[in-house]
Write a protein that binds this ligand. Structure first.
Ligand SMILES: NC(=O)c1ccc[n+]([C@@H]2O[C@H](COP(=O)([O-])OP(=O)(O)OC[C@H]3O[C@@H](n4cnc5c(N)ncnc54)[C@H](OP(=O)(O)O)[C@@H]3O)[C@@H](O)[C@H]2O)c1
Length: 348
């Protein structure tokens, strides 16, 4: 049973760039929502962007935050019994972005509502801290597959010669894509600092490159050619637009190459473009029914199965930040300053 009120970290208005800690009424989950007792929160760049700039747009007062490891306490009246039920340990991707920071749906509180599609039971051997790191990373990687125009349930063999360039493999959304691509049977060309190549190899990266090498573009083009592969798809987890386009332009014959970019920097007026190469922002389907089906596939089929089989798991190294909700501002400042192959998590 959830208490009547609980602690929440609130963004009170657009001019206050830090969290205010309040007691708020614990919501009753809507018909298609699941109420979760939050035990661990993983942090993402969108959290400090919304705190600092109110972008992506939120309505105030707002509760933001996306990544939860927790326990189901109640389910909405229309949630079928096949979805996680009270008492189930879960990873959850709170729909704060899609609900524009509407308070019931933000992760940064002790009890949060999450759309049923995005609540996934975790295996017994997984802790709630680890579980908290999965939501944003997994859904963004799968949205990247969708944005690149590939089927989410695609399975390829060597004869299909499917290849993907992943720029920023050690970013949290990059490390998830390395795993997703490995599971799909896609050969990956992955960039990261050399110190992160070891863990990316264990996640299944096929070929690794240091993006700081002056000739990294030539190295990648040469490696793909050596492997007899054509790079028609790229996923950017780190803002490497120019270099990615320089790789893809070498593979323009036939089908148009696609860059699926997670960073929103592609919307800047001076963001580079290349004739004959499509540049798309990573997102899910816009149409609500299609979106719900898409999330349902990710949360209730793909992620559930892959966690249970052990094929997929935590990508980045987990670093715990002490201090509960009160440490949110400081932890987000640390994230904004830059992390390397690391996911920051707060226990609450
Ligand atoms: N579109 C969406 O739905 C969506 C969803 C989630 C995130 N995002 C965006 O995706 C981006 C990544 O988010 P995140 O949480 O994964 O970030 P993160 O984990 O904080 O990213 C840190 C990593 O970025 C790598 N990096 C930095 N500059 C790089 C460069 N020039 N080339 C290659 N790698 C570089 C670093 O690699 P090394 O330490 O190895 O150098 C580091 O490991 C952010 O811009 C975020 O806003 C978008």
């Amino acid at each position: 049973m959830a208490p009547q009120t609980h602690t929440a970290a609130v963004l009170v208005d657009k001019d206050t760039h830090s969290f205010t800690f309040e007691q708020r009424a614990t919501p009753t989950p809507g018909p298609n929502d699941i109420l979760i007792e939050v035990h661990a929160l993983a942090l993402n760049p969108i959290d400090y962007m919304q705190r600092d700039r109110g972008f992506p747009a939120i309505d105030y007062p707002s509760i933001v935050g996306s990544d939860i490891g927790g326990i189901v306490v109640a389910v909405g009246s229309a949630v079928p019994s096949s979805y996680p039920q009270p008492g189930t340990r879960v990873t959850a991707f709170a729909p704060s972005f899609y609900e524009k920071g509407k308070p019931d749906y933000g992760a940064f509180q002790k009890y949060a509502c999450v759309w049923k599609e995005m609540v996934t039971a975790i295996p017994e051997n997984m802790g709630l801290v680890e579980a908290s790191t999965l939501g944003m990373a997994t859904y963004t990687a799968m949205n990247g597959i969708y944005t690149a125009g590939l089927p989410l349930d695609g399975r390829y063999t060597a004869t299909d010669k499917k290849a993907l360039l992943i720029w920023g493999g050690s970013a949290s959304v990059g490390a998830s894509m390395v795993q997703v691509a490995r599971i799909m049977g896609i050969t990956t060309y992955v960039t990261a600092s050399a110190k992160n190549h070891g863990f990316l190899k264990t996640l299944g990266a096929s070929r690794l490159f240091d993006y700081k090498d002056a000739d990294v573009v030539q190295q990648i083009v040469a490696a793909a050619s050596e492997d007899g592969l054509v790079l028609k798809h790229a996923y950017d987890a780190a803002g490497g637009t120019r270099q990615i386009l320089d790789v893809l332009k070498e593979f323009k014959d036939g089908q148009e190459p696609v860059l699926a970019s997670a960073p929103a920097s592609i919307f800047k007026p001076d963001s580079p473009r290349e004739p004959g190469v499509a540049v798309k922002f990573v997102k899910c389907p816009d149409e609500p029914t299609e979106r719900s089906k898409h999330f349902d596939y990710i949360g209730q089929i793909w992620l559930k199965e892959k966690l249970a089989s052990g094929e997929y798991g935590v990508g980045s190294k987990v670093e715990l930040v002490e201090g509960g909700f009160e440490s949110l501002d400081k932890a987000l400042d640390t994230l904004r300053a830059g992390v390397s192959g690391t996911k920051l998590v707060i226990q609450v």
